[in-house]
Design a protein around this ligand. Sequence first.
Ligand SMILES: [Zn+2]
Length: 568
Amino acid sequence: MRTRELFAPTLRQISGEVELASHRLLLRAGFVRQLAAGMYSLLPLGLRVVRKVENIVRQEMDAAGAQELFLPALHPLELWEKTGRAQYWGDELMKLKDRTGRPFCLGGTHEEVVTQLASEVKSYRELPFTLYQIQTKFRDDPRPRGGLVRVREFTMKDAYSFDRDVAGLDCSYDKMVAAYHRIMERVALPYHVVDASGGGIGGWDTKEFELPTESGESHYLRCDSCGYAATPEVAQYKREVQTAGEDELPLERVETPGQRTIDQVTEFLGVPPEKLVKTLIYQADERVVAALVRGDRDLSEDKLQVAVEAKKLEMAAAATIERVSGAPVGFAGPVGIKEVEILADEELRGERNFVTGGNEDDLHLRNVNWGRDFEVNQWADLRNGEAGDLCPGCGGPLTAYRGIELAHVFKLGTIYSEPLAAHFLDEDGERKPMVMGCYGLGTTRMMAAIVEHSHDDAGIVWPMSVAPYEVVIILLNHDDEEHRAVAEKLYEELPQEGFEVLLEDRFERAGVKFKDADLMGIPGQVVVGRLAAEGKVEVRRRGGESRTVQVGDAGTALREILSTNLPA
Ligand SMILES: [Zn+2]
């Protein structure tokens, strides 16, 4: 390809709000253009990168025994209603109607569609298998931003495994995880494997592959000694059993007019937030529960849901809170609360003489003690992990990280195969639901993540494995016939040596050509300049080594200089 013919409009400056380096550079270098909020066109260079990412993903999926298929992006909404996810996703699911008024949605993911397909399986003899596709997904994100990281339309590789039992699922899952390790290696991205919550998809053994970067939107905790990592909502930590060296003081009622929030109460009473205990009332399926955590901690709804073994967990309605506490919202406390089970975070075992809501308007209680003033029905780990907590594995400190989620894996079990009747006849003659796993990886997001990780002040630094072209021949003086002949000769010969070559032959100043080549980030550069008269060219690695060689040796020099995926 010649740059004179290439559709890659570059920009010196970007107008508007662009936070991420990847967003800025992909726009500036002419890889993508925004159509509307959260919707991007892939221009020829961008598409070449995404295709290379997809091919790596495809090769690794195929090598792991998964089979590629292609499912519709348009789904009958009733399918999503059968699994309850139409309601769960709510407005995030893009919905529309056909001309007859039949409701449809644009697939945000494909569990329903693939599970319905798999229901054609009759016998255990046809299991296991793993299906995958590389497909466009739609999510009506209320705040799309971050360029290609958080968008409303994107491309994803999604794979689904079908097994007879959990042991089979474990095996299919391990194969996908191993494939993801190889993919990350091949696209030259560092990553952390992070324990996470199933969220809108559900299941267990949920793990996210995160690119650690300050500009990322994900938050997680990690032990840098042993590598344990988890999102705060599910993070385990080593709990130190402390017994407060305090005697129990007499319970006191304190008027706290209008003081509802932790900040208000701590300031009003002059006590530190860790001496307060928050009482949060939840509806857990049919039950109402009160969860107690220290005032300076955040309750983990994921952990609470596990502790109460509820299918559905949500904040109780105001009317429910007022009924059980007998007070307006903001004054609930464990002492004298009615019709609820009290779950307390294990950290409170060591706490004495704390402050809680008083279950009366404008009232708090001081010197509250569990056991004496109220009974705890269940102790459990209920709070989010925090930086500084101790690693559950080795006891080292957990550090806060931010990252870009590159991929995720889930064990789904039968949560889709049961409602969608994806059954098979097992060896023992019994009809059973298939046991599923699900494995996603965003391919357009991966392009952005690679740029986010690998760039410098001048532009993108592509790894060889996904670079849109491997070599750019930069012809500095278009008017010099001799130079032009050298550039044309290289443009003809280098592809024969196996390189994907771009010829920079625009009528631009040398400075512009160098700048754009660095901005585009093509790993190999061959500069055809003054030395061309002596039959020599300069061979360079973008962001690395440079050599002057005879024209005939350019291929050999390039092979050496480009032997690593990223510049050394
Ligand atoms: Zn550790």
